[in-house]
Ligand binder design. Structure first.
Ligand SMILES: [Zn+2]
Length: 178
């Protein structure tokens, strides 16, 4: 069995015990143990910094429940009791991490794109392992942002900008606030 106590993931979950609640003797037993490769360490750390800042500012409880790769990108599941403001900040942090995973090689952390056919991964050309880049539609990079605050429903379209690690609003016909 691999020695997970010397793993980068053990360092991450023990650096953020408030988010992962690991046991010292067995960090991989933490529910949010990230089952992803090291190239995504940085984007997970960015998410943890943002989530901790949101909790410190807004209060509430948070627990990472599952972090994994699916269809080539990150899935970050959590549960908690948060105010709408805190929840919005946490969701934003998770959205940014998931969007970044779609443009970051899971092996080395360099810029990457989706590769493969039946087994899809996000890789740089060096770590593509023979899989071909997937032709993507320009619309694939557009994320639908939807929030309900009180009775107000907000729908926006955004594109992830890797350079600034932020979302940029894209105006599409039909975007409006109701
Ligand atoms: Zn790579």
């Amino acid at each position: 069995m691999a020695d997970h106590t010397r793993d980068w993931r053990a360092d991450l979950v023990t650096a953020y015990p408030d988010l992962f609640d690991p046991t010292a003797s067995d960090p991989p037993a933490a529910r949010g143990w990230p089952w992803v490769e090291k190239g995504w360490r940085d984007l997970l750390e960015r998410a943890c910094v943002r989530i901790r800042a949101a909790l410190e500012a807004e209060g509430g409880t948070f627990h990472a429940t599952q972090i994994k790769e699916k269809f080539g990108t990150l899935r970050f599941y959590w549960e908690g009791t948060l105010s709408p403001r805190a929840s919005a900040r946490v969701e934003e942090a998770v959205d940014l991490a998931e969007a970044r995973s779609a443009v970051t090689c899971e092996i080395c952390g360099e810029p990457g794109v989706l590769h493969g056919d039946r087994w899809v991964t996000t890789r740089c050309s060096k770590h593509a392992e023979g899989r071909r880049p997937i032709e993507t539609d320009p619309d694939d990079g557009i994320y639908v942002f939807e929030r309900v605050v009180g009775t107000r429903r907000e729908v926006r379209h955004r594109r992830y900008d890797r350079e600034t690690d932020s979302f940029i609003d894209v105006d599409l016909p039909g975007d409006e606030e109701t």
